[in-house]
Design a protein around this ligand. Structure first.
Ligand code: SAM
Length: 251
């Protein structure tokens, strides 16, 4: 049986491809890629000529079947995505799950991942974090998704596309308040890598003032909520109880 390798590729800087990743890509029979044109260029840059199969969100179920056949026939497959680690807000889940359920060997070749790169340099607590993927594209859905996390004490991490970053940060201000600490990691590992940090209000003002501020790719990180102490709880209960007592008295 062949091995399914899950190979991380760079998120910007091509030197972030590990030498192990290159030798695995060199050794496999098939490369399954999210976008064969995009990954074709990476393989070309490495001087590798490989059979490329497209595996993206819209054909994953079909393609997973033929890739599993390749593996069962003893051929090895490398799965790569357009950038970073496959399956992290990228295709591959159906293939990996099915490969595992058939008892096939699945092996990760670790490397770049935007959320880990961003967190490692943001200066926010990293002992507990919650990765929430992409926020919904529409404002109402986005606010609802943010509201669900408002009391989360772990650092929150989101991916956001450049054309929605201003809307997303202003929704964060509306939901979390302007004082919550936030860090944006933009264009990580690339020429214009920038970290914006401060209160939500400060970061929003910086983004609005900088014409290039909203260009490129972003990781959004929000400081977790302060944990509610038992004293606060008791206080909150008292207020609740008081309100219940007072309500019937109100005109
Ligand atoms: N699989 C990738 C990974 O391991 O990070 C993520 C793929 S997801 C489709 C693309 C999103 O990741 C972008 O919209 C952005 O939020 C984030 N991202 C990718 N590259 C980035 C970079 N160089 N700087 C900042 N964010 C990046």
């Amino acid at each position: 049986q062949g091995v399914l390798y899950i190979v991380a590729t760079p998120i910007g800087n091509l030197d972030d491809l590990s030498s192990r990743a290159v030798s695995v890509l060199n050794g496999v029979d098939v490369v399954a890629a999210e976008d064969t044109r995009h990954s074709g260029r990476l393989l070309q840059h490495l001087g590798l000529h490989k059979r490329l199969i497209a595996l993206h969100d819209h054909n994953e179920r079909d393609r997973a079947g033929s890739l599993l056949q390749e593996l069962e026939a003893g051929r090895s497959v490398a799965l790569i995505s357009d950038a970073g680690t496959p399956l992290i807000s990228d295709p591959g889940y159906v293939l990996v799950r099915e490969a595992r359920s058939r008892g096939l060997k699945v092996s990760p070749i670790p490397g770049a991942c935007a959320l880990v790169a961003a967190l490692s340099a943001a200066g926010l607590p990293t002992d507990r974090f919650l990765f929430v993927g992409f926020l919904p594209a529409k404002r109402s859905g986005r606010r609802a998704a943010l509201e669900q996390q408002v009391r989360e004490t772990a650092t929150l991490v989101f991916y956001e596309s450049p054309h929605r970053i201003l809307d997303a940060v202003s929704d964060i201000a509306a939901v979390f308040g302007e004082e919550r600490e936030i860090v944006l990691g933009r264009e990580l590992t690339k020429t214009f890598e920038t970290f914006y940090s401060g209160s939500v209000a400060e970061v929003l003002a910086t983004l609005e003032a900088d014409p290039h501020g909203t260009k490129g790719e972003f990781v959004v990180m929000i400081h977790g909520a302060e944990p509610v102490t038992s004293d606060d709880d008791a206080g909150a209960l008292d207020v609740d109880r008081l309100l219940k007592l007072l309500l019937p008295e109100l005109p």
